[in-house]
Design a protein around this ligand. Structure first.
Ligand code: C2E
Ligand code: MG
Ligand code: MG
Length: 758
């Protein structure tokens, strides 16, 4: 019989050991507390087994002492486990250190009992009819220990019961299990006073295993769906679950909001979304991710939708669910960012890099199309900024962008390359020169400046995409090269890049490169063309430049002046000529020659690159000449460009004593109105004026009127391009005061001029 009891206890020992081993491998918050209880349980079963099986009285006595100690520690661990596990209010009341002191005293007393037997001794008892075992023979002092044990047990019970009543309903089961086993155990323990064997040992083992189960394994059955519903309900994504037939099994709050059939606004979108999900669930056998757009009224909403399949343990399909994310805000934000990264803030056209990218893509994928790259530029845009302020400049650029956009159906792609430069890719057949010609009115549209005298001129350079391997930036470069050849022109607004043009550009570049050397080596020469009064008496000359180029021979100004006017080098040429004229006047003065005057040309660009006033003051001081001998030819277009400033400058120059002549009058604006507002000394009629008006009656009438008007204003008139005596007489008849032209003499070098006229 003893063998059977021993075997039962051995099995309990093995089970406890097994759970001890399992717990030691757990990485769980509760694992240390459960481990301690299992250790105490293990030693309890072990010593009880020794006490029952051993036959040496002393050993049995020791085993019982150790057994009681183990029981007390087990209850102590159980108490603190329940407090820790349940987070009980007792934790604050029952001081752990105080309890530990009591526990150690109790354990020491039980060990002392081994020697003194004051708490219990042992006595022999016969169980199950024949088996002889030792049983503790309890004395009064033992009940002090027992009271302590009961105290711990009661505290344990209070903790568990309090938890049982306050925990959420689905947790109660757990506390109920632990508490009821605990009560059974305590009853058995109490019963052990009357019975030969202490069956509560087995109860302890069951309790510890139960706790192991509750701590590590058990999750309440109803908790899972409830928790899942709560979790999915609060998710910021929509969850929609369908069964195999496509019927809705579950949808969370977000989906309900989309699918709410009572909201008429959402009706469209929701029906589509649900229908769509049903269709997809039938179509797709794998997990799939979609990016879809649904319409809420007319507003598009972007969704990222994930389809997930649900299978049972045997891989049988049970249904599916959709995770639906509304990405509208995100997508809009992304779009906004992308837009900002690829568009120009001011004009909302593509920025350079993005234009290049888009154009390249198109060019590479449309090999059979004839394409144009057009680059545009606004003449003297810097001046728009200077005169009207950068705000107005911005407005002009915006108006230009609008002008381009107006024909967007005909354009493939377009952008702003920077400043006032725009670029367009389009089909050759769609190209129209007028598309990019911004009128002054359009440029200043919406501003108080719409009545300005400033004339906006836009240029377009066109490159036909022939070499498709070229980078778009290079193509634009070529279009710009073409454009540069007409920059400054008033009549030509579009230029096409071709090989002739390329040669011209190279030629221009070479000439520009040679200029510095030309000035240093005095290859630039001042020619003089005589000017006379009606009786052909020479009164002065116009200084006209010639370039004795070492390789290209004598170059006339028509060859290089327009080039230098475009690239700004004209200022170098003019400063050179002004100085040459002053030097010449000084020489004549020193030599006591007839006092003729010399007219010098001032290019419009000079006003922006040099201080014209200071330069002439400097020359006056340097050469000590009479300013009346130096005539300054300012073109009509230069005056018109910045009327107020020029008027002021002209006044200042006249006050110094210079004679200011308005050159080429009649070639551009011919604003007669302007004459009354500006004080010039001489009006120089453009030779084109003469040609146009000479033959027709109407022309003659205009010429007569211009000369008459300037007479009225007291401004003397000089006419250039006089080639015949008839022309001279005709003009003289109209009242013209002075004359210049081949009839009187061609431009000639200074030596020739001196020998002929001085
Ligand atoms: P411009 O100032 O109007 O000079 C008069 C031009 O008319 C000169 O041409 C002259 O040779 C030409 N000419 C004079 N009489 C006649 C004529 O009877 N018939 C014809 N067909 N032509 C005549 P040129 O020397 O070739 O100069 C051309 C233009 O180049 C000048 O026009 C002037 O605008 C510019 N230019 C010349 N030298 C300079 C200079 O030193 N500085 C600047 N900024 N421009 C200059
Ligand atoms: Mg001139
Ligand atoms: Mg002229």
């Amino acid at each position: 019989m003893k063998i059977i009891i021993g075997a039962v206890l051995l099995v309990a020992l093995i089970i406890t050991g097994f759970y001890l081993w399992k717990t030691s491998r757990k990485n769980h918050r509760m694992a240390p507390s459960v481990s301690k209880m299992l250790w105490a349980g293990f030693s309890m079963v072990f010593f009880y087994e020794v006490a029952l099986v051993a036959e040496i009285a002393k050993l049995v006595l020791f085993a019982y002492c150790a057994y009681y100690i183990s029981v007390t520690w087990l209850l102590f661990f159980l108490l603190y486990f329940s407090l820790e596990y349940t987070g009980n209010f007792l934790e604050d009341i029952v001081r752990k250190d105080f309890m530990l002191v009591l526990l150690f005293i109790d354990s020491a007393a039980l060990l002392w009992n081994f020697l003194s037997q004051k708490m219990f001794g042992i006595k022999v008892e016969i169980v199950f009819g024949s088996a002889i075992i030792y049983k503790p023979d309890l004395k009064d002092l033992f009940f002090v220990h027992y009271a302590f044990l009961l105290l711990i047990a009661v505290l344990c019970m209070i903790g568990l019961l309090q938890r049982f009543f306050t925990a959420p309903s689905f947790y109660r089961m757990k506390y109920f299990m632990i508490a009821s086993i605990f009560i059974c155990m305590m009853v058995l323990n109490f019963k052990a006073f009357d019975t030969s064997l202490d069956y509560s040992v087995l109860g302890y083992v069951v309790e510890v295993i139960c706790i192991y189960y509750c701590a590590f394994v058990y999750t309440p059955q109803r908790l899972l769906p409830k928790t899942l519903t709560k979790v999915t309900g609060n998710m910021s994504v929509g969850i929609l679950a369908l069964d195999l037939e496509g019927r809705k099994i579950y949808s969370n709050r977000i989906v309900e909001e989309y699918l709410n059939p009572f909201d008429p606004l959402q009706d469209d979108m929701s029906r589509d979304l649900e229908k769509w999900c049903r269709e997809q669930s039938k179509k797709h056998t794998d997990e799939t991710i979609f990016e879809e757009t649904f319409y809420k009224g007319i507003e598009p909403r972007f969704f990222k939708i994930q389809l997930q399949r649900v299978e049972d343990n045997k891989k049988q399909l049970q249904g599916c669910y959709f995770i639906i994310q509304d990405r509208t805000e995100e997508k809009n934000e992304l779009k906004k960012k992308q837009h900002l990264a690829t568009h120009d803030r001011l004009t909302d056209l593509y920025i350079k890099e993005h234009f290049y990218e888009q154009a390249e893509k198109y060019i590479k994928s449309h090999l059979d199309e004839e394409l144009y790259i057009v680059c545009t530029d606004i003449k003297d845009f810097k001046m728009v900024n200077d005169f009207f302020g950068s705000r107005m400049g911005d407005a002009v650029l915006q108006n230009y962008a609008d002008k381009i956009r107006k024909n967007k159906d005909k354009l493939i792609t377009y952008g702003r390359l920077g400043n006032d430069n725009f670029a367009i890719l389009m089909k050759k057949e769609d190209f129209k020169e007028t598309y990019f010609d911004l009128t002054t009115q359009e440029a200043f549209a919406g501003s108080t400046y719409s009545e300005v005298a400033f004339q906006i001129i836009t240029y377009a350079g066109v490159y036909q995409v022939v070499e498709r391997d070229l980078m778009v930036s290079v193509m634009c470069g070529r279009a710009r090269m073409a454009l540069n050849t007409i920059k400054g022109s008033r009549t030509c607004k579009v230029a096409y890049y071709d090989n002739i043009l390329r040669d011209n550009i190279l030629y221009e570049q070479e000439l520009s490169k040679d200029l510095e050397e030309a000035i240093a080596k005095e290859q630039l020469q001042m020619y003089l063309q005589p000017q006379a009064v009606a009786d052909e008496t020479i009164i002065g000359a116009e200084a006209l430049i010639r370039w004795e180029h070492p390789e290209r021979g004598t170059l006339g100004p028509d060859v290089f002046i327009p080039i230098f006017e475009r690239n700004g080098l004209i200022t170098e040429v003019d400063k050179y000529m002004w100085e040459a004229a002053c030097k010449q006047l000084r020489k004549w003065k020193d030599e006591g020659k007839k006092e003729l005057y010399i007219s010098v040309n001032i290019s419009p660009k000079d006003f922006y690159f040099v201080d014209v006033y200071q330069t002439f003051v400097g020359l006056l001081e340097k050469y000590q000449i009479d300013p009346k001998r130096l005539k300054l030819e300012i073109t009509e277009s230069a005056v018109m460009m910045d009327f107020e400033r020029q008027r002021e400058l002209i006044n200042k120059l006249r006050n110094l004593g210079f004679i200011v002549e308005m050159d080429d009058f009649g070639s551009a604006y011919s604003s007669l109105n302007m004459l009354k507002d500006i004080d010039v000394d001489v009006l120089k009629l453009d030779m084109a004026f003469l040609r146009q008006t000479q033959n027709t009656e109407r022309g003659q009438a205009i010429l007569q009127m211009v000369i008459g008007l300037s007479k009225c204003l007291g401004i003397p008139v000089i006419s250039e391009g006089v080639e015949t005596v008839e022309q001279l007489q005709f003009l003289a008849g109209l009242g013209c005061d002075m004359f210049q032209g081949y009839y009187l003499g061609r431009p000639m070098d200074v030596k020739q001029f001196e020998s002929k006229y001085l």
